[in-house]
Ligand binder design. Sequence first.
Ligand code: AMP
Length: 501
Amino acid sequence: MTHQPEDAVTAPPPEAVAAPARFDTLPLDAKLLRAIVDAGYETMTPIQAKAIPIVLENRDVMGAAQTGTGKTAAFSLPLLQKMMRHENASASPARHPVRALVLAPTRELADQVAVNVKTYARHSQLRVACVFGGVDMNPQTAELKRGVEVLIATPGRLLDHIQLKNCNLGQVEYVVLDEADRMLDIGFLPDLQRILSYLPKSRQTLLFSATFSPEIKKLAQSYLQDPILVEVARPNATASTVEQRFYEVADEDKRRTVVQILRQREIRQAIVFVNSKLGAARLARSFERDGLRTAALHGDKSQDERLKSLAAFKAGEVDLLVATDVAARGIDIADLPAVFNFDVPFNAEDYVHRIGRTGRAGASGIAITLATRDDARLVGDIEKLIKRKIDLEPFVIEDDRPRRRHRDDDEERAPRRTPRSEFAEDGSRPAFVPSAPPVRAPRQAPKDPFFDQPYEADPNASPVWEKQAAAPVAPGSRSSISRFIKPKRKVAALLGGKVPT
Ligand code: AMP
């Protein structure tokens, strides 16, 4: 019988299930536990503590959890456990039918989920494969034909493989719809419906979504049976582990600000978010000229290039990843210490997604937003969304450091890399040490024409902002930016102290 999602039984609060928070208290196979130890996980995240026992009990689950909460392990560990009884070393594809199907909205997410599931399954004989579009089908076809127990796929490419009879989904026992809300946003509903129609009716279905819109509830109502609702707090909206700073910086000073913060806070790696593809490519080149190992991640890059950039970043071969929102959606980088919003995002929701790249799974992180005076409305939107007062601090660029004269000067100089001597004996890279450009520049020297371009105005801008502009400014403010924004004294920014909460 199919139930209304509203009827979904809600799992008990985390406190009630969090007691045995260690993985070795779970009835998991020793091979899986070993892989968890290898991955360095010590205790379960809240979604894992709640969902794993429920999935092990064969119940359908509606999980309200985003990427970054540890949800991949929350669904894949119990599914792998249930599949262990099928584990075998046979070379025959017939002995390795697809038993678990994970559908994900984007190639990046699919790849990321596959990397994690492979980590958890590494000591078992269970085979894990991932198929997504934008790359050659042949290697995927060969892998499918050899047989895989866990298949992670984006809907479009999976349908291609189904049509070509490269895989048979007749023995699927477990289905995971990951980031279901984004799958619907992208317009995958018809594809999902088709795929689900090929699957056996008797199966366990898990649906994860950051939001539960009426469409998602309808999807759950149609495809889940007696689901248990498992909820955890959004990891990023108000993650206490993420320090959020907002600096008021002129466009032409933004790049220098990033470099200075990296040095002052000894930040090894960061993602720098920008609002446009063109901006990402240009900024990445400029950071390269500053001596930072930089890669750009945006929609004009091929899938292969994007995956390579991501892999290089994860391997620590790249210091800065300059990314647009679309390209960076769902990417997961463990231990990412910092995120910069070089441009304030046009949508406040994107701010939440961006800063969710850091401070994951309980780690601490910092999210720094560089705002110009023109960004007041956008900052006000973020303030409303995160329901938190934003302190917009002035940022003081160190004037005693040499500054670049102008762009031509950059072009003449060979890109400067971190000298070898700045690497530790073991070859590991110490905290970022930026190279000092040799020429001192006048204060307002333009560095790159891109940074002088005004922001594109949002054509759907709310008229509320215009009304707010007339609102009184906080006493002592040097900015007329927003009545919501309280400016701080310069010294706070200089000392890099924490925002008081
Ligand atoms: P996910 O939400 O599944 O994308 O996971 C986010 C990140 O948290 C990934 O890098 C995982 O490797 C990591 N992670 C998942 N579970 C744990 C855990 N119990 N302890 C530490 N890290 C974890």
